[in-house]
Design a binder for this molecule. Sequence first.
Ligand code: ZN
Length: 177
Amino acid sequence: MSNSTYQIRVFGDPVLKQRAKDVTDIDGALVGVVNTMVETMYDASGVGLAAPQVGVQKRLFTYDVGDGPEVVFNPEVAETEGEWTYEEGCLSIPGFHFEIVRPKLVTITGLDIDGNEVTIQGDELLGRVFLHELDHLDGVLMLERLDPETRKQAMIALRDADLDAAARERLDDIRRL
Ligand code: ZN
């Protein structure tokens, strides 16, 4: 029953601040990466996981908001609409969650696992996952979506936080992306 998983990189790891590169070839090795990412996401009770969070510098993310695992390669935002506030958590910043305003309805384009072009629309949580994971692909953490004062306080708290312990505990029911 035990499948292999990746170690999730946490705040402070330089890989989280780098822009990931376009996927040029969806080969067997990359499909293997996707499968391990899905296992890693489930193992951590996450609803979304971007490749840089497991140290893979490629533009892809996996997600499952309750309809089964999905993957998108080279995602781009096509359209956004509205506004939605949500208590957002991140697998790479365990123990922290913040109310963040983002668009409510998000349409992305990208490639599916067969290399076909796809257009996917996400409302509320799914739209949130899309934007959060796209940020990861650009080396942006949710901390950068906070207002300056909240961000300042978060950085102070993060300095003293034991993120590895927080990752093990998972005491709250915040959905992490
Ligand atoms: Zn995240």
